[in-house]
Design a protein around this ligand. Structure first.
Ligand code: GLU
Length: 545
């Protein structure tokens, strides 16, 4: 250990050594590694210079719906691959059969499609290194485990769950970290043969070597974790014959020719184990880049139980995928300027792995609305994006309000109208869905005489005069409309200005409160506005005459 290193704390015999100069050691120590020793060196991280084509993978376990943490990992892998002209691969890690969740894999794929993080290879599109779902690769793991059994790097363990449980309890009683005592490593060939012939169930364990080497993480710098001091020999193949995450992950990264592994820093302590496996196989490992933890703004852990971190939820509430991706990079950085509005292409072009910070990435949800609004405004200046936004909004309106229509009502969602609403309201909304609240925009209100509690004569007079003036109005813009209506209001005797505006608002929207009348008129346009005012006028007329 270099004299240059500075020891931060000592808890157990296990050590993790880190060398990223920007590392906030105390923070990291507090959050993640309070059981370990941290040491810090000063080195620099390397950049995107590769001889072989870059191949990265996003390897989710379908044990839950895609959440912001998962999306962050997918995004940074995608960005890294594309910024180096490489390939982005999707691999489904479903070896923990007990934890699989129905619909999770589908959800992950849908979210990748929605966000535009499209894999170059994966379960749905195939590729030269498939299958890309681990449960379909059991024969490969079987073949590979035999290599380790033969070269003495792995052994069969026949310890029963009861024995392992006892070991665990004993350790906890003695205030020690529970670990397997590697007893089956001492079994003779004859003993193993006998147990196998007797049909005893077994797992296959990896003989953890003691000669751990440090590795250079692209984000955290030089890192070392003396894994054998805290762990017993880890299981590679479980008794159900499925591989564990560690084994399948290493075998697949090698078989799929993965050059770079970008994943959450919760895996940092597993990496030495993975590197030892590479060594046991005599394979060259990929380069690792661990991404800092994603936290809530108050420093608490981003929890799936909160329910508000699932990507689907953001999608359904009308956030744009590009805004969500941009938002994620605000916390994880990787950019010279990490506070500007960028679409996915710009995120790829401007990415620099050297700028990924090591301190915990905090998600400030309050920023998401602002970022989304900026993306809406930006997209409205681009023809293709504009069309996409309009179509999406029309679809959302149809979906939410369509079901409620009575027989004589229809939805006003033609492209030009939806676009006009978007243009006029873009600075007042945070997400597309906000526009669904203004129902009057999309559906003609169903009025009854009870809506108008002022006398019919007054309503009649207001509406007929306004209709007349609007018919001859040439410029249907807010300022002009305001001037015109103020002048109409002054021509009607004995009507308080409040009553005048309220009557118009009711006739146009069916609501007593809401945006200004001039704004409603401008958005609805001349034809629709007059139509609505006439409907109200006719509704009240029979009673009068
Ligand atoms: N299946 C692991 C997960 O869902 C992948 C970790 C890795 O990228 O190695 O987090």
């Amino acid at each position: 250990m270099s004299q240059m290193s500075s020891m931060i704390t000592v808890y157990t015999g296990c050590s993790i050594y880190l060398s990223a100069p920007r590392l906030l050691l105390t923070h990291l120590h507090k959050r993640c590694y309070n059981k370990f020793t941290l040491r810090c060196y000063a080195t620099s991280t390397n950049l995107c210079t590769h001889q072989t084509p870059v191949r990265v993978r996003f390897a989710p376990s379908p044990t839950g719906m895609m959440h912001l943490g998962g999306l962050r990992t997918a995004l940074y892998n995608y960005i890294y691959a594309k910024s180096c002209g490489g390939k982005f691969i999707l691999r489904i890690e479903d070896t923990d059969q007990a934890r699989l969740m129905e619909g999770a894999e589908e959800n992950i794929k849908q979210i990748l499609t929605w966000t535009g993080l499209l894999p170059d290879e994966g379960p749905s599109i195939g590729g030269s290194y498939g299958p890309y779902t681990q449960s379909q690769r059991l024969e490969i793991y079987d073949e590979k485990i035999n290599i380790l059994l033969k070269n003495g790097s792995a052994y069969r363990c026949f310890c029963t769950p009861q024995r392992l449980n006892l070991l665990r309890k004993e350790a906890l009683k003695n205030r020690q970290v529970p670990r397997y005592d590697n007893r089956c490593n001492a079994l003779t060939a004859d003993q193993i043969k006998q147990k196998m012939e007797a049909g005893e169930t077994y797992v296959v364990r990896f003989k953890l070597p003691e000669d751990v080497e440090s590795f250079n993480d692209l984000v955290y710098g030089k890192t070392r974790h003396e894994i054998h001091t805290v762990e017993g020999d880890p299981v590679l193949i479980k008794s159900d014959k499925y591989p564990t995450y560690h084994f399948a992950n290493v075998v697949d990264d090698h078989m799929m020719k993965i050059t770079h592994v970008l994943r959450g820093m919760e895996w940092l302590t597993s990496t030495p184990k993975h590197l030892l496996l590479y060594k046991a196989f005599n394979w060259t490992p990929p380069t690792y880049a661990h991404l800092p933890l994603v936290m809530n703004k108050d420093g608490s852990k981003l929890s799936k139980r909160q329910g508000d971190i699932f990507v689907e939820k953001f999608k359904d509430s009308g956030y744009l995928p590009e805004a969500l991706l941009n938002f994620i990079t605000f916390c994880g950085s990787g950019y010279e300027d990490n506070k500007s509005i960028k679409d996915l292409n710009e995120l790829v072009q401007q990415f620099c792995i050297d700028k990924v910070s090591t301190h915990s990435a905090t998600l400030d949800m309050e920023q998401l609305d602002r970022i989304n609004r900026s993306h809406i405004c930006r997209n409205l200046t681009d023809d293709r994006q504009k069309h996409k936004l309009t179509t999406e909004l029309a679809f959302a309106i149809q979906n939410k309000l369509g079901k409620r229509l009575s027989t004589h009502q229809h939805l006003n969602v033609n492209h030009d109208f939806v676009l006009k609403v978007l243009q006029l309201r873009k600075n007042h909304i945070n997400k597309l869905q906000d526009l669904l609240e203004y129902e009057y925009l999309w559906i003609e209100p169903e009025l009854s005489q009870d809506h108008f509690n002022n006398t019919s004569e007054i309503t009649d007079e207001i509406l007929s005069l306004v209709i007349k003036e609007l018919e001859s109005c040439e410029v249907f813009e807010q300022d002009e409309l305001h001037q015109l209506l103020t002048s109409v209001a002054s021509q009607i005797h004995n009507v308080k200005s409040g009553v005048f505006w309220k009557t118009l608002r009711l006739a146009l929207s069916g609501k007593k409160e809401g945006p200004s009348v001039k704004e409603m008129l401008a958005i609805l346009g001349k034809e629709e506005s007059i139509k609505r005012l006439e409907t109200a006028f006719n509704l009240l007329k029979p009673k009068d005459k």
